[in-house]
Design a protein around this ligand. Structure first.
Ligand code: MG
Length: 174
């Protein structure tokens, strides 16, 4: 509930998949990846930031990316998906919660994400205001399995913990 202090942690999950299209800019986890194809989408098409946004909204049971930023709204066209994450994070903070950690998996045959993993972790950590040691990103190629061909698939799990309230000390229990 907005404005109330949280007394317990929450967990959320997000999933997204976008097809690759030639000539599209390739943004994954908020990082521009050099590639001749990029994920199609109404916004910048970043499947990892969409999965993360859904995980944040899911953890606080507050709808999902589509309910907050419908693709029927022209204002969301070509939009930087980092803005979706920031909006979801504000909703999380309003409930007295903060991000404890994130674990994510990106499945794509193309582009190869291994060399960009730490840049993606740092970018997501920056968006969430946490250390990079709280953000895990794993890249899977599935060795050419047809299901992974021509698309980028992302999953994210986020754990939220109560934020320490300002000016108060943790209460001692007898
Ligand atoms: Mg999406």
């Amino acid at each position: 509930m907005p404005g109330k202090r949280a007394s317990e942690g929450r967990i959320g999950i997000g999933w997204d998949a976008h097809p690759l299209r030639p000539g599209r800019a390739c943004s994954i986890g908020g990082v521009a990846i050099p590639c001749d194809e990029g994920p199609e989408g109404h916004s910048d098409g970043d499947p990892l930031l969409h999965a993360l946004t859904d995980a944040l909204y899911g953890a606080i049971a507050d709808g999902d990316l589509g309910t907050h930023f419908p693709d029927s709204d022209a204002a969301n066209g070509g939009r930087d998906s980092a803005e979706f994450v920031s909006a979801a994070l504000r909703a999380v903070a309003a409930r007295g919660l903060g991000v404890a950690n994130v674990d994510a998996v990106v499945t794509a045959e193309k582009p190869r994400l291994g060399p960009h993993r730490d840049a993606i972790r740092a970018r997501i950590a920056g968006l969430l205001g946490v250390g990079a040691d709280r953000v895990s990103v794993k890249a899977k190629s599935l060795q050419g399995l047809p299901a992974a061909r021509g698309s980028v698939i992302a999953q994210a799990v986020v754990l939220l913990a109560p934020s320490p309230s300002r000016g108060s000390r943790p209460s001692r229990r007898r």
